[in-house]
Ligand binder design. Structure first.
Ligand SMILES: Cc1cc2nc3c(=O)[nH]c(=O)nc-3n(C[C@H](O)[C@H](O)[C@H](O)COP(=O)(O)OP(=O)(O)OC[C@H]3O[C@@H](n4cnc5c(N)ncnc54)[C@H](O)[C@@H]3O)c2cc1C
Length: 293
C-alpha cells in the first residue's frame, strides 16, 4: 500500500488500536489519526471502569473478549513491556428476589475460560468484606477477570503507530467526507485532507461521521452511564472483588484509597462531553449504602 493515506477518525481506544494495527500491517501506507479534542482519549476511553470480564454482554462480544485475552496478558514485544491486565475477581451479588438473574449469570459464566463459581453469602463476604451478607441469598464469582491498564494500552498503540511513521492531528474535527476519485476528501476544522481509506472510530459520534460521509448509519444509540469516585473505607482493599448487583443496579471497585462507583444505567443520550446527573449519583450512593456496611 505504498503512497496510500489511511485517515482514522477518533483518538479513543478504537481509533488508536486501528491506527496502530494498520501501521503494522501496511508499513508503506501513511496513517493519519484525526481527533476533534485537544487531547486523545478525552471521552469514553478516559472514563472506563477498566474491567476485563469474559462473561459480558452478547455472545459475539464474548468471542472477541476471549480472542483478545492472551494479547492483553502478553502483549507483543515492542508494543508494551508489561501485561496490560492485572488479575482481579468479579462478584455478582443477589438478594432472594434476584436469584433468577444470578442463575442466568452463572449459566453464562460456565462457557468462559475459567467457569464462574456459586458462592454462599458467607463466602461472598470473604471476597468483598463490606458487603452486608445478611441481605444476600447467594453470589457468583468470576475468578479470572482483570483490571485493564487502559491508559497504558492506549499510549502503547499511540507510541507504536508513531514509531511506524504515523501522524496524529488533535483539535482536528472531521466535519464531512466526500468521495474523491477512488478515495475521500475530508473537510476538517483545519482545512481539507485527502485520504485513500477512511476509518470511522468516532465512538458515540460514529453514526454522525458516517452520515457526514454519505454512508448509511448503522443505528448506534449512545447511552450515558454514571461513574464517580468516593473515599474508600481506609483499610487495605488488596484482593477485593469488583462487586456488582445481580441486576446491574450498582457496582463498586477499589481504586487505590478510593472506590469507583456506578449506577450501571444506560440512559439514551445525544453524543456530547457528557456530565453526570446528580440524581443518578445520589441513587447509586443510596443503593451501595444499602448493600454495604
Ligand atoms: C462509565 C463507563 C464504564 C465503562 N467500563 C468499562 C469496563 O470496565 N470495561 C470495558 O471493556 N469497557 C468499559 N466501558 C466502555 C469503554 O470505555 C468503551 O467501549 C470505549 O472506551 C470506547 O472507545 P471508543 O474509542 O470507541 O470511543 P471514545 O473513547 O469516545 O473515542 C471516540 C473519539 O472520537 C472523537 N471524535 C468524534 N467525532 C469526531 C470527528 N468528527 N472528528 C474527529 N474526532 C472525532 C471523539 O472526540 C473521541 O475522542 C465503560 C464505559 C463507561 C462510560
Amino acid at each position: 500500500m505504498g503512497n496510500v493515506r489511511i485517515a482514522v477518525v477518533g483518538g479513543g481506544i478504537a481509533g488508536a488500536t486501528a491506527a496502530y494495527h494498520l501501521s503494522e500491517v501496511h508499513p508503506d501506507a501513511e496513517v493519519l489519526l484525526l481527533e476533534a479534542e485537544r487531547v486523545l482519549a478525552h471521552h469514553t476511553t478516559g472514563r472506563s471502569a477498566a474491567i476485563f470480564v469474559e462473561n459480558l454482554a452478547t455472545p459475539p462480544n464474548r468471542i472477541m473478549l476471549r480472542a483478545g485475552r492472551d494479547f492483553l496478558w502478553d502483549p507483543p514485544e515492542g508494543l508494551a513491556d508489561h501485561p496490560i491486565l492485572t488479575h482481579r475477581t468479579v462478584m455478582h451479588v443477589a438478594t432472594e428476589a434476584q436469584v433468577g438473574a444470578l442463575e442466568e449469570t452463572y449459566a453464562a459464566g460456565q462457557a468462559v475460560t475459567t467457569p464462574s463459581e456459586w458462592l454462599t453469602p458467607e463466602e461472598a463476604a470473604v471476597h468483598f468484606p463490606p458487603i452486608r451478607s445478611e441481605l444476600l441469598a447467594a453470589a457468583v464469582l468470576e475468578p479470572e477477570c482483570a483490571d485493564i491498564d487502559v491508559g497504558g494500552l492506549h499510549q502503547a498503540y499511540i507510541r507504536g503507530m508513531r514509531r511506524n511513521g504515523g501522524t496524529i492531528a488533535t483539535s482536528r474535527r472531521v466535519d464531512a467526507a466526500r468521495p474523491d476519485g477512488d478515495g475521500w476528501r475530508l473537510d476538517t476544522t483545519d482545512g481539507e485532507v485527502g485520504a485513500d481509506v477512511l476509518v470511522n472510530a468516532a465512538g458515540s459520534w460514529g453514526d454522525l461521521v458516517a452520515a457526514s460521509a454519505g454512508v448509511e448509519p448503522v443505528g448506534l444509540q449512545p447511552n450515558r452511564r454514571t461513574a464517580f469516585m468516593v473515599n474508600g473505607p481506609g483499610v487495605d482493599a488488596t484482593g477485593w472483588a469488583f462487586t456488582i448487583d445481580a441486576e446491574s443496579r450498582w457496582y463498586t471497585k477499589d481504586d487505590g484509597p478510593q472506590m469507583l462507583c456506578s449506577l450501571v444505567e444506560e440512559t439514551p443520550f445525544e453524543p456530547c462531553d457528557v456530565k453526570p446527573d446528580e440524581a443518578d449519583v445520589a441513587l447509586a450512593i443510596e443503593r451501595i449504602n444499602e448493600a454495604t456496611t
